[in-house]
Ligand binder design. Structure first.
Ligand code: PMV
Length: 303
């Protein structure tokens, strides 16, 4: 193909970020905010956006990986459009990497090779992450809801929630720094960290059970407990704590940071018929996104 377009979703981690880096399970869902990539090939080598050559970028690395595998030497120009805010824990760079690899797969093979896209997007993510678990790229690729572990990958699960309220604290952060912060905590507090990992694992089992019985109150309590474990390992922030408090005061069952923390976003769980009202109250202080869960994964788009 001479040109191709794809799109891939952002994600929210409902339970288990950071601990997933240590091969514990996490519950994740794709969201209805997407990145779209259009790509055209030409003779000028490299990956371009207009007259700017992209280097050391998740999109260019992912494309180069696919092109190298195919022995493809043409250059490519991209148009990136995304409704996913960047650097706030919603998987913006992963969805760009996945969608970019998807266009490269279409151009070189005429189809989307999921395994190839996963590897290529993982290479792209390494540029900005420190030791990525692969949860963001897997969710952008497969979509829906999932239980993810580093060693076993992405297992689709039904998430019986339609919408989730996302609070943007307005503070961006770097995932790599946050992952390093947790590693430092682990090195200084080995015994406590093992206990935290063990509790997190049980908490995920309890959350899966609460999803099955649609027990939102229990899920809310589990979210708050997950939030206190994340606070203990050093990835919460004043803004995150404020957002959690405002959400609870407004009537949410629970709230926690999502993604790497240190700023970024907080998710909050509420009854479907109260979620709009709660969203309004929170929007007096923070930017909020009320978004649907279990969105489609990587898909080809019309160009
Ligand atoms: O980059 P973010 O904010 O979407 O965070 C990714 C989730 C982490 O668990 C913090 C890191 C990882 O690679 O799993």
């Amino acid at each position: 193909m001479m040109k191709a377009a794809t799109s891939a979703p952002g994600k929210v981690i409902l339970f288990g970020e950071h601990f997933v880096v240590y091969d514990r399970p996490a519950i994740v869902s794709a969201i209805h905010l997407r990145a779209r990539i259009e790509a055209w090939i030409h003779d000028q080598p490299g990956v371009w956006i207009g007259s700017r050559r992209l280097v050391n970028h998740p999109a260019s690395r992912a494309i180069e990986y696919v092109f190298e595998k195919a022995g493809f030497t043409s250059g490519v120009t991209l148009k990136i459009s995304s409704s996913i805010p960047s650097s706030v824990g919603l998987g913006s760079s992963a969805s760009i990497a996945v969608a970019s690899a998807g266009t490269a797969s279409l151009i070189t093979l005429g189809r989307i090779d999921e395994e190839l896209v996963k590897l290529a997007a993982g290479e792209g993510e390494k540029i900005i992450h420190f030791n990525p678990s692969g949860i963001d790229t897997s969710t952008a690729l497969y979509g829906g809801g999932g239980l993810y572990t580093r060693s076993r990958g992405f297992t689709p699960i039904e998430i019986p929630l339609k919408k989730i309220l996302i609070i943007d604290t307005g503070k961006t952060r770097k995932t790599g720094e946050m992952v390093k912060r947790v590693k430092e905590f682990m090195e200084k507090n080995k015994e406590r960290f093992d206990k935290i990992l063990k509790r997190e694992e049980e908490l995920i089992e309890e959350a899966l059970d609460a999803f099955r019985s649609l027990d939102l109150e229990r899920l809310g309590r589990l979210m708050l407990e997950n939030q206190s474990l994340l606070r203990e390992v050093g990835v919460s922030s004043l803004e995150i704590e404020e957002a959690v408090k405002i959400a609870l005061d407004a009537g949410a069952y629970g709230a926690k940071l999502t993604g790497a923390g240190g700023g970024g976003c907080v998710i909050c769980l509420a009854d479907e018929d109260r979620i709009e009202g709660i969203s309004k109250i929170i929007s007096n202080r923070f930017k909020v996104y009320l978004t649907e869960l279990s969105a489609d994964g990587l898909r080809e788009e019309k160009i």
